[in-house]
Design a protein around this ligand. Structure first.
Ligand code: HEM
Length: 330
């Protein structure tokens, strides 16, 4: 009997550790650089604040860059590596930008603490600061650090959801990354800021599913407005705000959820969130909640823990665009 009890308790401890490992943020922790680069957060914020004051577009650009880097092969800055077949060259990443800001921040970090702070942590900290600045200081979250940089970057391994995918297929991709349905809806709240381009919505405006008609899910008044901005035969590919609430199109806030509830989502996936049985109640709650900013921060932290590399599986790059390891594939 004694053997049995000790076996059972060992099993319980083992299972508890297993589940801790499953839900913990791997090697990540707050204050990872306390000894090695104590001013890391101040250095990053100094550069980011200055850059944002002359270019507020950096906020949506970086939020998207963080999502694309983390979602494909983990948060390891593999998206920053230059190369003829690197992740940057994959279709969905061609319009991703923001690398120049990471270079500037990284140079400032190298000047203070050489070879210490990873590019992956630089992306996480810069994104956190830009979310904060673009919310008027209302959305500041703590983000654990300790990510190492990946040594591999291949366009062929980029795995991102497309705007025409169903909610359930999109969720399968989030689930694989240990993100819940609510996390997915919160993270898509990233579309509270930034733009898309006419080419992504022409089908919704003119020929939805080959019907020669607009997407019936989109508010007909919005269809009219957007048709003016995206004429059928124009070769231009104009920018369209993802958050159609004009006063807050450039602000991180919860207005995206109100917009998609009013059928004013821009991408098909945005509108679907508000109508699909799986997600509509979550959207409804977020549209009237006052804790979106806190919960968005928590979801960003969770996204930032996916596929993190450690000192054995990654490295600390000095230039974020090229890796040091001889076996690097980029
Ligand atoms: C889940 C499925 C998602 C799909 C299908 C999707 C798709 C897209 C597309 C097509 C664009 C416009 C690209 C362009 O016109 O160049 C875009 C922009 C953007 N996405 Fe997403 N996205 C998704 C999730 C997310 C998430 C989770 C975040 C944030 C964590 C995010 C943040 C952004 C931002 C900030 C922009 C604006 C970028 C800019 O202004 O340059 N997206 N997304």
């Amino acid at each position: 009997m004694a053997v049995k009890i000790s076996t059972i308790s060992t099993l319980i401890v083992f299972l508890a550790l297993l589940s801790l490992g499953h839900f913990s943020h791997g090697e990540l922790r707050l204050g990872f650089y306390n000894e090695t680069c104590p001013n890391v957060e101040q250095i990053v914020f100094g550069v980011v604040e200055k850059a944002f004051s002359t270019n507020s577009r950096l906020a949506p650009l970086m939020i998207r860059l963080y999502f694309h880097d983390c979602f494909s092969n983990g948060c390891d800055a593999s998206l920053l590596l230059d190369g003829t077949t690197s992740e940057k060259k994959a279709g969905p990443n061609l319009s991703v930008d923001g690398c120049a800001l990471i270079d500037t921040v990284k140079d400032a970090l190298e000047g203070n603490c050489t070879g210490v702070v990873s590019c992956a942590d630089t992306i996480a900290l810069v994104t956190r600061d830009l979310v904060n600045l673009a919310s008027g200081g209302k959305a500041r979250y703590e983000i654990p650090t300790g990510r190492f940089d990946g040594r591999e970057s291949l366009a062929s391994t980029v795995d991102l959801p497309g705007p025409q995918m169903s909610v359930s297929d999109t969720f399968k991709m989030f689930e694989k990354r240990k993100l819940s349905l609510t996390d997915m809806v919160l993270l898509l709240g990233g579309h509270t800021i930034g733009v898309t381009h006419c080419s992504f919505i022409m089908d919704r405006l003119y020929n939805f599913k080959n019907s020669q008609k607009p997407d019936p899910a989109m508010d007909p008044n919005l269809v009219k407005e957007l048709r003016l901005k995206c004429p059928k035969k124009s070769g231009q590919n104009g920018a369209i705000n993802l958050d159609q609430n004009v006063p807050s199109s450039d602000i991180v806030d919860a207005s995206y959820y109100k917009q998609i509830e009013s059928r004013r989502g821009i991408l098909q996936i945005d509108d679907q969130l508000a109508t699909d049985e799986m997600t509509k109640q979550i959207v409804k709650d977020l549209a009237v909640s006052n804790d979106f900013l806190v919960r968005f921060g928590q979801a960003m932290v969770k996204l930032g823990s996916f596929g993190v590399k450690d000192k054995d599986t990654g490295e600390i790059r000095t230039s974020c665009r090229s890796c040091k390891n001889l076996f690097c594939t980029a």
